[in-house]
Write a protein that binds this ligand. Structure first.
Ligand code: ZN
Length: 329
């Protein structure tokens, strides 16, 4: 089995973005130390709009110039250490800005399809270029911000031109219509990879693109009661390292506390407690791949312990893979 540990490298997008040092640099350092200890590779999906915003505002604000220097230095280091830097697009950076004190997120246009066809192409191309220029390697894999996949027919030519041929956004049975977040993977195949052409959830054996879906897990309300209660009772263990606030998604908390929900398999916070059992059930099913999503900002003391335990437990029986490994074949 191949296990892809993938991390969306980004700030928070709510009222408080949090600081780069605490949301990104510090927890990523801890993840890199863990990877080095075990001799494994990680995959980072870099919030590329943020990189362009750092470029733009560093000219006017010394504090952003410092932030840019720290972030770029880390990206170069992790890329040189062999970890992947792939493409993650949150187009609301087009409308967000630095006001002298912090980042002001405007998420009115949160999804790529909130923009015109030409703007979508320009966003994808410029975000791709900045990621390539800083990491020194051209991304080949894409993950949509907030799972909000754009209409593929409108962007597939741009991705083909850039050589981006892998999507890793879909998770089986995933669905949301909360605020600006909209995605529907309920028709996605129950498979751990497939080729596609026009739509990431519709397999096409002769398609140009590979979907490497994030592993999906069905969770009971009990899981979330535990998550919330444990978070309150033992804050030092379960408090997220990042110091920002997530974008509001009204209704989500109530939904997960009252009904079974389908979630992307994550190594963030309390979710990391699921890794070993989910790995075991996939091994039993003879799955070929397991894709885990995570965020440096959402790591906790607990999640880093659990991730360390997970890697120790399974590393003799699987490969910790990179998306870029697929390019060689
Ligand atoms: Zn993201």
């Amino acid at each position: 089995m191949k296990v892809y540990l993938s991390f969306d490298y980004e700030l928070y997008f709510g009222a408080q973005s949090g600081s780069a040092g605490i949301c990104i640099i510090e927890p990523t350092k801890q993840l890199l130390a863990l990877a080095e200890k075990h001799g494994i590779y990680l995959n980072f999906f870099i919030d590329s709009g943020y990189l362009l915003a750092l470029e733009k505002y560093s000219k006017r604000h010394p504090s952003v110039a410092y932030e840019k220097q720290q972030v770029y230095k880390q990206l170069i280091e992790l890329s040189e250490a062999g970890h992947d830097c792939q493409l993650h697009i949150h187009p609301h950076w087009e409308d967000s800005y630095y006001d002298g004190n912090g980042w002001k997120m405007n998420t009115d246009r949160y999804r790529l399809d909130h923009f015109s066809d030409v703007q979508m192409q320009e966003i994808i191309t410029s975000y791709f270029n900045v990621t390539k220029n800083i990491s020194g390697k051209a991304p080949i894999a894409y993950r949509a911000g907030g799972w909000c996949l754009p209409p593929w027919d409108k962007i597939q030519d741009t991705f083909k031109k850039l050589g981006v041929w892998i999507d890793s956004t879909v998770y089986e049975k995933g669905f949301s219509e909360e605020g600006q977040v909209k995605f529907d993977f309920r028709n996605a195949p129950s498979s751990d990879q497939w080729m596609f052409e026009k739509n990431p959830v519709e397999p096409d054996p002769v398609g140009y693109f590979l979907e490497l879906p994030i592993s999906s897990v069905r969770l009971s309300p009990v899981f979330f009661w535990n998550l919330y209660v444990k978070g309150r009772l033992n804050r030092s263990l379960h408090k997220t390292i990042g110091d920002g606030t997530p974008m509001a998604q009204p209704g989500t908390k109530k939904k997960v506390l009252t009904s079974y929900t389908q979630q992307a398999l994550s190594c963030d916070g309390y979710y990391a407690s699921l890794l070993v059992s989910e790995y075991n059930s996939r091994t039993k099913r003879n799955d070929d791949t397991m894709v885990v999503i995570g965020h440096p900002k959402a790591q906790t003391v607990f999640s880093l312990q659990k991730l360390d335990e997970f890697v120790s437990t399974v590393k003799g029986t699987c490969t910790f893979a990179r998306y870029s490994d697929l390019q060689l074949n």
